[in-house]
Design a binder for this molecule. Structure first.
Ligand SMILES: *Cc1c(COP(=O)(O)O)cnc(C)c1O
Length: 484
């Protein structure tokens, strides 16, 4: 039988520490006392918390086992689309923990913070170069926060010209956070449909762009993993009515060193350092979502800006048109150090990384397009989107197949996103997976599709081999058990 990375052996059951503890057991040793014991006044002690008595080995094994139940990029392929779950080199972790960085206090005087400010200033320069834009702020704490910052900049720009405008164009292939960020800033998102090729056409934008519209928010590559080829013409249309082009650049992993966003007509964009530039993510942070802007929007960036003069770095607060501060201190500095080290160590190989990410996604797309329905059969960027249409006949859905993948030791891809595709299965392999691992993933998906035909019940009741079997999701949502 073919071997898959998943295993069911030697995964221990793990009782709670309270169940494992035994009165009088102890995890440390103290020297023998040489005085008589004297009772402690009960009033002083109060209610003693219920803490289990455990030996050292009890505690170490308990937590080591729990850590083995977890799944992450360090344990296997993580093909979650729209998330860029690439492997993050450990050297970046090590450097971000260097005491001079990790222990730097944000209230230290500038004279004692030259190193940290230099890292930030140089990182801003790298990101400007990578995107082809002119000025950068590192303050936003995540992608969506970058979007909000970008919207505030757009709002400040229009207000400065006399009128803030009220609407913004957001395509149906944009990330869900886009309309939310626009709305938070007071803009009414106007949805536009992408064409039959899965991208925007300039004519559609020309039909709705007017002087009440502040601009457009395009995710490029979009959430179908497709490059918005008409972006330049679209930008011309938007600019001709006085609007601005915002690009959601969370998918930059597909195009580093390949496209010049400034040249394409983008005025503002955010990056997700925690996706593209090597920071472990998932589970809610911390992240970093810098925004990059064209020269004419620089005065609106948040304060303080980091300035350099003759090798001396300082913080500049004097920026009358700035949207103000959008984050405590200067952003999530540890993430910046990781990105800085990653970019320096990759150098021109950043372009190769993007090329490999795109190659891997196209390889998966071609290998699986006879097995799963491919709604847009054209070259993709760093991710590809299938559906469960071929499995409909056997009444096997995307969710069933995602659960079955876990039985074989693979983290499921993103499912039911993007929303424009019914029953979507969105796969982003990233550049860090080897051909052998990608082949094993492809073979597993083919096996699952075969099972869907031959034994649909097996797939519908998956996972069978995992520690936790199929969950009653309705019950979990209606009657959540929050106390353990
Ligand atoms: C992940 C993502 C975001 C949101 O980023 P967060 O850091 O999670 O806020 C926005 N747009 C796209 C295209 C994304 O993939």
């Amino acid at each position: 039988m073919k071997e898959f990375p998943g295993t069911t052996g030697l995964i221990m059951n793990e009782p709670l520490l309270w169940e494992r503890g035994k009165k009088g057991r102890c995890g440390f040793s103290l020297p023998h006392r040489d005085v008589e014991p004297s009772p402690i006044d009960d009033d002083l002690v109060g209610d003693v918390p219920d803490i289990p008595d455990l030996s050292e080995v009890d505690v170490v094994r308990h937590y080591t086992r729990l850590s083995q139940w977890n799944f992450g990029v360090d344990s296997g392929m993580y093909p979650l689309g729209s998330c860029t779950m690439k492997y993050n080199p450990k050297i970046n972790e090590k450097l971000s923990r260097a005491p001079g960085f990790a222990a730097a206090h944000p209230l230290l005087p500038e004279g004692l913070s030259q190193g940290t400010m230099k890292v930030m200033h140089e990182l801003e320069g790298f990101l400007a170069e990578i995107t082809g834009l002119d000025a950068v702020t590192l303050q936003p704490a995540a992608g969506a926060h970058g979007e909000l910052t970008g919207m505030l900049v757009m709002h400040a720009y229009h207000t400065g010209r006399g009128y803030a405008r009220s609407k913004i164009i957001v395509p149906d292939t944009a990330h869900g956070t886009n309309p939310a960020s626009a709305a938070l800033c007071g803009y009414r998102p106007i949805e536009v449909k992408s064409n039959e090729e899965g991208i925007l056409s300039a004519e559609v934008i020309a039909g709705i762009m007017d002087e009440e519209t502040a601009g457009i928010m395009v995710t490029n590559p979009n959430t179908l993993g497709l490059f918005e080829e008409n972006i330049k013409e679209i930008a011309e249309v938007v600019h001709s009515k006085g609007g601005l082009v915002y690009c959601d650049g969370a998918n930059m992993n597909a195009v580093m060193g390949i496209v010049d966003m400034g040249e394409m007509g983008v005025d503002i964009m955010h990056l997700n350092l925690h996706k593209t530039f090597s920071t472990p993510h998932g589970g809610g942070g911390p992240g970093s979502g810098p925004i990059c802007v064209k020269k004419h929007l620089e005065p609106f960036l948040p304060v303080p800006r980091i300035c350099e003069k003759e090798g001396i770095y300082s913080l500049a607060w004097d920026s009358p048109e700035s949207i103000g501060k959008i984050q405590a201190f200067y952003g999530n500095f540890g993430i910046m150090v990781r990105a800085y080290c990653y970019i320096l160590s990759m150098g021109r190989d950043l372009k190769t990384a993007s090329q490999l990410a795109v190659l891997n996604a196209n390889y998966i797309k071609e290998e699986l397009k006879d097995t799963f329905h491919l709604p847009y059969d054209r070259p993709c960027m760093h991710e590809c989107v299938f559906t469960d249409k071929f499995q409909e006949e056997s009444k096997v859905t995307t969710l069933h197949m995602a659960k079955r993948l876990m039985d074989y030791g693979f983290h499921p891809p993103t499912i039911y996103f993007p929303l424009v595709v019914h029953g979507s299965i969105m796969i982003e392999p990233t550049e860090t997976e080897s051909k052998e691992d990608i082949d094993a993933f492809i073979e597993t998906l083919k096996t699952v599709a075969q099972e869907a035909r031959d034994n649909p019940d097996l797939v519908r009741t998956a996972p069978q081999n995992c520690k936790v079997k199929k969950l009653d999701e309705t019950k979990a949502a209606r009657h959540p058990c929050l106390t353990g």
